[in-house]
Each structure stands twice: as C-alpha cells, then as structure tokens.
Design a protein around this ligand. Structure first.
Ligand code: F6R
Length: 618
C-alpha cells in the first residue's frame, strides 16, 4: 500500500510529484505529503487527507513548491493513525535525511528502543521515522555515504519496504530500495533527470524508459550518471535491462467519464479482446498460450489445480474452478491466499497452483506462491500488471492485458481474469481430449462474441440507474446465483459493499433456505441470477420462495425469458451464450448497479474509505 513519487532533474519537481501522487492514490489516500529541495532548504508539507488537501497547504506558499528535487507520498496507514505527523515524508533527527516509505518494518519496536537509547527522539508513531533515523545512525557511525548507509541499515530490517531517500548534504542523488513493494525508476534523456514511483504511471508522459528493481535490491540515482543497482545483502552490482514502457497517458486518464470505475466498466469489451488477441485463433482452431504450451505436459499430468487469490481475484478463481472442472475434468480447489499461506497445506510436485492477481503485488498471494514453490508445486500466474512481483515470482503465466485499472473496485480485472481462465480451460480441454473438436470450435466462436455482447449489455445503463434509485437506501442486500454464477453473486455483493458501504451478502441460491431466508422481508432487495441454462427451474423455485416472503426481486435473466419476468420486481436481460461464459455478462449489471448506487449516495467511487488498490501488507 502507499504510493511513492519522486523526481530529480532540471524541471520543477512539484507538479511532477503532485500529479504522480494523484495517479497513485489508488494505493492509499488517508494522508499525503511532499518534500521539495530548492538547493538551500528542505520544504516539507504534509497532511491528513488526500493529495487535494495537500495542495491546499502548498498553494498557500509558493516557497513550498520550489525545487528540482522532490519526493512525495500518499499513505494507507499501518503504524500510527492517519494524521499530519504520521504522514510521510519523514525527516531524520539531524534534519538532513528525508524518506518516503511503502511497507512495514516489523522489527521497528526493537530498532526504535535502540535508537532512543542512543539519544534519538521520535515525533511520530511510524515505523518509517525509525528507519530514517536508523539510516542516519549508520551513516554517522560508519562515516559513509547515503547509499552505503541505506544498504547497511536495511540489512538489519525485517519487513517489507519500497523507499526513496534524500540527503540534503548530497543533493544530486536519491537512493531507492525495495523488498516486497514495487519501485519503478524512469530514466530521462542522457540521465539528466530521473523519476521514481510505485508504478510507472507518474512519469509516463516524461519518459518511456524505465527499470524495475527487484526485491532486496537498491539503486543509487545520481544526476548525469548511469543508475547503479546493488544487492542489499552483499552490495554486489546488478545489471538491469532498461524496459520500454507500453502504457500510454490516455490509458491512465478518465477520458471523459466521471470516474475511473465507470470508464473501466465500459472498457471491458476492448479489454477482453486484448486478453484473447493473439491467443484465441478460431480460424486455425487453436488457442496459443506460451505459458501453457511451454509446460503442457505438467498441465496434462497434474493431479490437481489449486487456485490462490484474494478478493475479486478469488471470485474469478471460483469461476475458474467451475470452468476447469467442467471442461478439463481435473479436480480444482480455490483458496484464499491469506489462509493457504498459514495452514501448512498439502501440496506435491504434481499440483499446479494458479495465482491470480490484478496488481501482482498482493502480499498474501505473493507469500502463498512462495510457499507453494517451496513445496515443489509448479506455479502459474494470472496478473494484469506487467513485471509485477507475482508475475516475476511465478514459473510461467499469462497476463490479462486489461490495461491499468485505477478504480479501487475491480471490474475489468475480473472479466479479463475469467477470460484468461476460460482460455486455459478450453486449451486444456482440447489437448486432453475432454472436448470434441466441434465442441471446442463452438466454444471458441461463442467466447469471441462476448465483447460485442458486453457492448450491447452496457446499453442497459439507464435501466440499471432506475433500479439503483429504488434500492439505494437499502440497509442490506442479498445476491444469489448458482453454478457458474455463484461467484458472480459473491462479486456483486462485494462491489456493493466496497463502494456504497451497504451491507450485502452473496450466496449460492439454494443455500438461502439454510439461513439467509430468515432475513427476507419487504425491505430486502434480492438480486438473483437466473440464466436459462443455469439450473433455471431450481432458481425459479428459489425466486418463488423469496416472493412468498415479500422480498424484492431483481433478476438477471437470459433474453426472451418469460417465467421470471412474471414474478420478479425488476428484470435485466443478458444476451444468450454458453452457461460457462455467462459470468462475463451477468457481472456487468451488478457493476453498473453498485456504481450508480455509490454515485447517488455521494460516495467516493474510485477511492472508497479504508481500501487500497494493491494490498501489499498482510
Ligand atoms: C475488489 C478488489 C480487491 C482485490 C484484492 C486482490 O474490488 O479490488 O478485493 O481484488 O485486493 O487484489 P489483486 O487482484 O491485485 O491481487
């Protein structure tokens, strides 16, 4: 969590850092701060609240914005409540060193006691202030430069970090380091300027050249010089290839929409095409996925597939379970990464683990991958962010190619993850012979239609808005689905909870009678997925049960449905497709519904309270 943005070069740093922080607010937004250095004085501005609150402070005094070196931070609190003092950047006791930090220093307490015994006094409750003073203490006692001091200090740190450190006595350099949290370094022409950030979005309009340092590495960034990357443990030099960034500015801006979430909902047709482009080849009757092709025999001879993920990605994993078991006839288990990593799971080298993560940085998923690898499993990643920690940690994988997802509530990440899982299931079904050639071809052609069908479905926006207006004041909601659409019910409920703060539960429709039915009365909206091939008659019976208890029914049905229309209070139609692909459609009305309810309730859609886009802490 937390976003870091920094600049060193010939331009004014303030606008670069502030705009960079705004792009990183998806990582946390409970407080923010910026340090500028104008060649004489360090200017520190920080506050509880968003980057826009920080701007109110900096706008009062032009001095606060001056300087060609700057580091900034947008925070998601771990140690210490969100307030002005705990906000980053933090300054060392001498006033010379300044740090921004993303992560947690787990042994901060013992380090702090040691530093207090050496005369250090702390202003904040943060682990970060401990780290900057530790660096200062090392620099003093070892009489070394900043880079060496950072390296030595980090060898005694337990935890996770991405840091950027500035030293007033050496103002032409920045030192960055990472363990468990990402850091990208943008490189300007002839090394005349450098950018540092938690991802490349803050500097995309300035340079397309970047390097991503790895865990346990640090970089010394000096103006006019090539970046020096070193191993933190042994100080060895590391050679990093400079990457050409593919991201465009347009991709990370709202493009005329009011919020990123609604923009990303509307991007789904294109995102899904990008996901299957070059992989799904109906004319050649095949699916090409190098991550699977290169390890095909492992997949074909696996005893079992275990899917690990968190949140929305976990819901996509559940859809994956239905897809893989149905298509490939292989046992699949879906696990919360946070549970899996701590329960000593039984895993063998004949297991394949599929780890799903939009950000590729989720701490629990990353730890679960490391555990699975240590037990001999082959780990396949399904990530959106290229070059992310999870993408690098896995043996092989497939990117979702959804493009940057900025809205905290996942939308296009979910549907593109399901698309990748559908491709994997179809490919393995063909290779394993569990699908006949004609069934395979038929499914390929059906999947190819989905982007257009979503496009068509997005036209229901006005209808969904009307439904949102009716139910926006509900206190509790129930989401029901069966089979492939049970995970969509979970996801629908999660979307509503996240951005509108209305309590909602997702349930398998038939489970309703084992408890939740007690909640139903005339005030309870119940969203039911009743697609024509998805245990339709059984779901209709569930709808009848709700009706006879006066619950309000909002049903998602297949085009042409007549039966549910007679019973439900509201009906939303989705185009006809194979039942296995219906989650790609049924989820769209739920995304729109949560969006409209949140807007009507005047909630912060893109940055809901207490959440962050990538959860890099446990
Ligand atoms: C929900 C949401 C979260 C994430 C979860 C995992 O809208 O965004 O539940 O799905 O934090 O994140 P990733 O996929 O980045 O591992």
């Amino acid at each position: 969590m937390c976003g870091i943005a920094g600049y060193i070069g010939y331009r004014e740093a303030y606008p670069i850092v502030i705009n960079g922080l705004k792009r990183l607010e998806y990582r946390g937004y409970d407080s923010s701060g910026v340090m500028l250095y104008d060649g004489k004085e360090i200017q520190l501005s920080k506050t509880k609240g968003k980057v826009s609150d920080l701007e109110v402070i900096t706008n009062k005094e032009e001095e606060r914005k001056k300087g060609r070196i700057g580091i900034g931070h947008t925070r998601w609190a771990t140690h210490g409540v969100p307030n002005d003092i705990n906000s980053h950047p933090h300054v060392s006791q001498s006033g010379d060193l300044v740090i921004v930090h993303n992560g947690i220093i787990e042994n901060y307490d013992s380090l702090k006691k040691e530093l207090i015994s050496r005369g250090y006094v702390f202003q904040s409750d943060t682990d970060t202030e401990v780290l900057i003073n530790l660096i200062e203490e090392v620099k003093k006692t070892e009489k070394c430069k900043l880079g060496k001091a950072v390296q030595l200090a980090l060898t005694s740190v337990i935890g996770a970090y991405a840091i950027a450190v500035f030293d007033k006595t050496k103002p032409n350099e920045l030192v960055v380091a990472r363990l468990g949290s990402p850091i990208a370094i943008g490189i300007g022409k002839e090394n005349k300027e450098f950018f540092v950030a938690s991802d490349a979005s803050p500097f995309i309009e300035y340079t397309k050249e970047a390097i991503y340092i790895e865990d346990e590495e640090m970089a010394i960034i000096k103006l006019g010089k090539k970046i020096q990357v070193r191993k933190i443990q042994n100080d060895a030099l590391v050679n990093h290839n400079v990457l050409e960034l593919q991201m465009s500015l347009e991709q990370i801006e709202k493009g005329g929409y009011d919020h990123f979430m609604i923009k990303e909902i509307h991007e789904q047709p294109k995102a899904i095409i990008d996901t299957y482009r070059g992989r799904m080849l109906p004319d050649q009757g095949m699916i090409k996925m190098s991550g699977i092709d290169d390890h095909l025999s492992k997949f074909l001879h696996a005893d079992r597939i275990i899917i690990i993920a968190c949140g929305t990605s976990w819901h996509a994993g559940l859809v994956g379970e239905y897809l893989l078991e149905e298509f490939v006839r292989i046992p699949v288990e879906v696990e919360y990464a946070s549970e899996f990593r701590y329960r000593n799971p039984v895993i063998t080298s004949k297991d394949i683990v599929i780890a799903i993560s939009q950000s590729g940085e989720t701490a629990d998923t990353l730890a679960a991958i490391k555990l699975a690898k240590s037990k001999g499993a082959f780990v396949f990643g399904v990530c959106n962010v290229v070059g992310s920690s999870i993408a690098r940690e896995t043996h092989a994988g497939a990117y979702t190619h959804a493009g940057p997802e900025i809205g905290v509530a996942s939308t296009k990440a979910f549907t593109t993850q399901i698309t990748v899982l559908s491709l994997i299931a179809l490919k393995l079904a063909k290779e394993k012979g569990t699908f006949s050639e004609s069934r395979f071809q038929n499914y390929l052609r059906t999947l190819e239609l989905i982007p257009n069908q979503i496009e068509q479905l997005l036209n229901i926006d006005a209808t969904v808005k009307e439904i949102a207006a009716v139910y926006k004041d509900a206190k509790n909601c129930l989401y029901l689905g069966r089979g492939f659409n049970f995970p969509v019910a979970l996801e629908g409920a999660l979307k509503l909870k996240e951005i509108s703060y209305i309590h909602a539960e997702g349930y398998p429709a038939a489970e309703m009678k084992h408890g939740p039915i007690a909640l139903i009365d005339e005030n309870m909206p119940i969203f039911v997925i009743a697609t024509s091939k998805g245990h339709y008659e059984k779901v209709v019976s569930n709808i009848q049960e709700i009706k006879s208890r006066s619950g309000k029914i909002i049903a998602i049905v297949t085009e042409g449905d007549t039966q549910v229309k007679e019973i439900a209070d509201h009906v939303i139609e989705i185009p006809e497709t194979e039942e296995a692909f219906t989650p790609l459609l049924t989820t769209i009305p739920f995304q729109l519904l949560s969006y409209h309810i949140a807007v009507m309730l005047d909630k912060n859609v893109d940055q809901p309270r207490n959440l962050a886009k990538s959860v890099t802490v446990e």
